[in-house]
Design a protein. Structure first.
Length: 140
């Protein structure tokens, strides 16, 4: 998962220095997998994409969603996003919070998310990221 996240992030042409700063934030740990919900899509025995989402009291948040550049534009991101949103809706959440990379803004908008503000990057304090909210339809 970590390799997919770092490769997908680097796809957008970020500097080596910035990518080194991303390593800690994008390293998927056993604790993250144990504490958060996840979904994985595999192709030919390799992880093609994944998501991790946290469901805390009062807040559902998409923590990570990445698709390998080899598998982009094939609907995998949409499938992963839909799965995370459906899990959140089944648990009774009204929206899914997303701290979006600016390069993923268009994707999240196509998924129905709206920008509701800005948040600080975990990698660079001076960098602000779009804060998105995906409204969820109740599932009964």
């Amino acid at each position: 998962m970590t390799e997919v996240a770092l490769t997908a992030k680097a796809f957008w042409g970020y500097s080596d220095e910035f990518m080194r700063g991303c390593e800690a934030v994008l390293t998927v740990t056993p604790r993250m997998i144990a504490e958060w919900e996840s979904g994985v899509i595999e192709r030919k025995g390799h992880i093609a994409g994944f998501y991790l989402a946290s469901f805390e009291p009062g807040e559902a948040e998409l923590q990570l969603l990445y698709v390998s550049p080899l598998h982009m534009v094939k609907g995998l991101g949409q499938a992963l996003m839909n799965e995370a949103a459906q899990k959140a809706a089944r648990l009774g959440y009204g929206h899914l919070r997303i701290e979006a990379d600016p390069n993923a803004l268009g994707f999240y908008r196509r998924m129905g998310a709206k920008q509701v503000g800005w948040c600080r990057s975990e990698v660079e304090d001076a960098r602000e990221l779009p804060l998105m909210s995906l409204p969820l339809k109740p599932i009964r």
